[in-house]
Design a protein around this ligand. Structure first.
Ligand code: MTE
Length: 333
């Protein structure tokens, strides 16, 4: 995400344009082969590498967290899973740095135990949930969601968690609760970029109450059958598959029910670029780039990164389209 709006002269790098090291190395390797006349062989090996590529299971280094296959409509897909390595080394988690490789390098300092999530605001039953209690609050399900970043790349990840609505029903929102705000951890001692001027910390996000109640909105504790790696938002995060990835706040410490639309981290940083709704919408370009297509991470590699058409609501239109009936989605971007 590129920020040019600050008047202190700070210009943020456009992370979508940063080539991952593996792609760069592959490119160098193929260019070398081309120079030696072996381009055909290189292309063949590249193609077979892709054809053979299967999603690697999690390496088994983290605690297992299994879920039953979800039957929520839209929660399964036949699409190839993103390789675990790609899903855990190509991340946005700005508290740990702005390069895609930074979270995997730096998030080992994140302290995920003990962990408490506070539910507050306009609810009849506010309270503090220890992580273990929160995990046990409902049956863990496995959901395979596409997640598309506003920067134009996407992944397919098997998440573990349960519908956020399970928690919301327990805490009983009051009649005037219209929005849910998610507040994520901002600990300058363990998060090296908290305190920098990149964003207003803590990173916050928000949903309309009906969006938060939609069965596809996931409170997630794991992926690939294990607890979340730190860089992916351990120990608990939101995953909203029909919205751009930045709506899916990581490492959540507070869930607050409010009457008015809450401010959100990227909207505060650049309101004209990142609206509150942030539904994946190929018909609304980002002011500085098109949203019509996307690049699936690990699919086709760095050399010939093929782009596929981005679908309205990231392909979840049958499930979520009715939430926005009658709304002007160009205005409410
Ligand atoms: N949450 C916090 N706390 N900090 C962040 O920088 N980045 C967002 C979102 N949640 C972010 C965050 C963005 S821009 C994206 S694309 C997704 O996390 C990436 O999630 P992933 O690591 O599962 O791909």
């Amino acid at each position: 995400m590129l920020i040019q709006t600050r008047n202190d002269g700070f210009v943020h790098p456009l992370s979508s344009e940063i080539t991952p090291q593996s792609a760069y190395e592959d490119r160098r390797r193929v260019l070398k082969l081309m120079a030696s006349g072996a381009a055909g062989a290189a292309l063949a090996s590249w193609a077979s590498r892709d054809a053979l590529a299967q999603a690697a299971p999690a390496p088994g280094k983290l605690a297992a967290l299994k879920g039953v296959k979800s039957t929520v409509p839209g929660a399964q897909t036949m699409e190839k899973l993103t390789d675990y390595k790609d899903a855990t080394t190509y991340n946005n988690y700005y508290e740990f740095g702005t390069d895609k490789a930074d979270p995997a390098k730096n998030a080992n300092t994140l302290k995920t135990a003990p962990w408490t999530v506070e539910v507050e605001g306009l609810v009849k039953k506010p309270g503090k949930y220890g992580l273990e209690d929160l995990i046990k609050l409902s049956a863990q399900e496995e959901r395979v969601y596409r997640l598309r970043c506003v920067e134009g790349w996407s992944m397919v990840i098997p998440w573990v968690g349960y519908s956020l609505s399970e928690l919301i029903k327990r805490v009983e929102p009051q009649g005037n609760a219209k929005y849910v705000e998610f507040v994520t951890l901002a600990d300058p001692k363990t998060m090296p970029f908290v305190g920098s001027r990149i964003l207003d910390w803590p990173y916050t996000e928000g949903l309309r109450l009906d969006e938060a109640m939609h069965p596809l909105t996931l409170l997630s504790f794991g992926m690939y059958g294990e607890v979340l790696p730190n860089q992916n938002g351990a120990p608990v995060r939101i995953v909203v598959p029909w919205k751009y990835g930045f709506k899916s706040g990581k490492s959540i410490v507070k869930i607050r029910f409010v009457e008015k639309e809450p401010g959100t981290a990227w909207n505060k940083a650049a309101a004209q670029e990142y609206g509150f709704y942030s539904n994946v919408n190929p018909n609304v370009d980002h002011p500085r780039w098109s949203q019509a297509t996307e690049r699936r991470i690990g699919d086709g590699g760095g050399l010939f990164a093929k782009r596929t058409k981005t679908l309205m609501f990231n392909g979840y239109e049958p499930q979520v389209g009715q939430l926005y009936a009658g709304m002007d989605l160009k205005k409410n971007f």
